[in-house]
Design a protein around this ligand. Structure first.
Ligand code: 13P
Length: 292
């Protein structure tokens, strides 16, 4: 089917208490694997890419391939630009056909973050059904060119969240609640699910208006993931885990087949490993069978 609006997809998820997996890609084979896995699981899905892979693969190519594959898949699919700090690239991707754009102003001062996020929101909303994601507070770790140390990470204040959402005009909101991009340095990171629920209550009661996004999805215990979904997480971002699957599966194939020079077999092995992992996430997030 054609791309769908992320807001509609995530309002449904939030109401029905599951989360949609938002999977970061760095290669077209990963993109195919994600869409095949989601189709087999009848799960709505979000394909996303941060700025460096988007520029490397070319946004035009990503839109073309993703929209052709989404057309023939019988599930709702969104295409999201992740953590973009450049207003001009946000606008370019909206022009090209991304359905969802994240302007990441989390390193700016509050007023500047609102001003630039608003500029992206106004642009995307004027263009049509393009939704915008914003972030407040800072998520520790590394996502693309954005590096935040644990000392710098700041959790999102629920009262300020309401002001931010209203004034920036965003459709989806990613509050910093203690999750981190990349691999967690401690076995039991402190994740503030209560804070998430407070923010959810302030923004989404009595009616879901601004679905919440969980950043830093890799490496959390399964019970924590379920708690995050139960407390309002409607879009759940996974990037690092998929990069590891890609590199480890290719390495494993090459090291066990040292004399075979067949790229299709290497890619097929990686695709199979990626599909299995996507199915694991879909199951954990409760979105299997929700593509209705
Ligand atoms: P991880 O790299 O921890 O999976 O986080 C992904 C993310 O939040 C992308 O925006």
């Amino acid at each position: 089917m054609p791309f769908v609006s992320a807001k509609e997809m995530l309002i449904k998820a939030s109401k029905e208490k599951y989360a949609v997996g938002a999977f970061n890609i760095t290669s077209i084979v990963q993109l195919e694997a994600i869409l095949e896995a989601a189709t087999e699981m009848k799960a709505p899905v979000i394909i996303q890419t941060s700025v460096t892979p988007a520029k490397f693969l070319q946004p035009e190519v990503i839109v073309a391939v993703c929209s052709v594959l989404a057309q023939s898949a019988d599930i709702p699919v969104c295409l999201h630009l992740d953590h973009c700090t450049e207003v001009s690239f946000c606008k370019k991707c909206a022009d090209l056909g991304f359905t969802n754009i994240m302007f990441d102003g989390s390193r700016l001062n509050y007023e500047e973050n609102i001003k630039l996020t608003r500029e992206v929101s106004d642009y995307c909303h004027q263009k049509g059904d393009i939704t915008v994601e914003g972030e407040l507070g800072t998520v520790a770790g590394v996502e693309d060119q954005i590096k935040v140390t644990e000392d710098e990470a700041q959790l999102c204040n629920p009262d300020i969240a309401v002001d931010f959402v209203k004034r920036s005009g965003i459709d989806l909101f990613g509050p910093a609640i203690g999750t981190a991009h990349g691999v967690y340095k401690t076995e039991n990171p402190v994740i503030d699910t209560e804070r998430l629920f407070k923010i959810h209550k302030k923004l989404n009661y009595p009616e879901i208006q601004t679905p919440l996004v969980i950043h830093g999805g890799t490496g959390l215990k399964e019970e924590v993931v379920r708690e995050l979904v139960k407390n309002g997480g409607a879009k759940y971002n996974v990037s690092t885990n998929l990069k590891h699957i890609l590199i480890d599966s290719i390495y494993e194939y090459i090291s066990t087949h040292p004399d075979e020079y067949d790229p299709v077999r290497i890619d097929s092995h990686m695709k199979k490993a990626t599909k299995e992992r996507i199915k694991y996430w879909i199951d954990l997030l409760g979105s299997n069978g929700m593509a209705k």
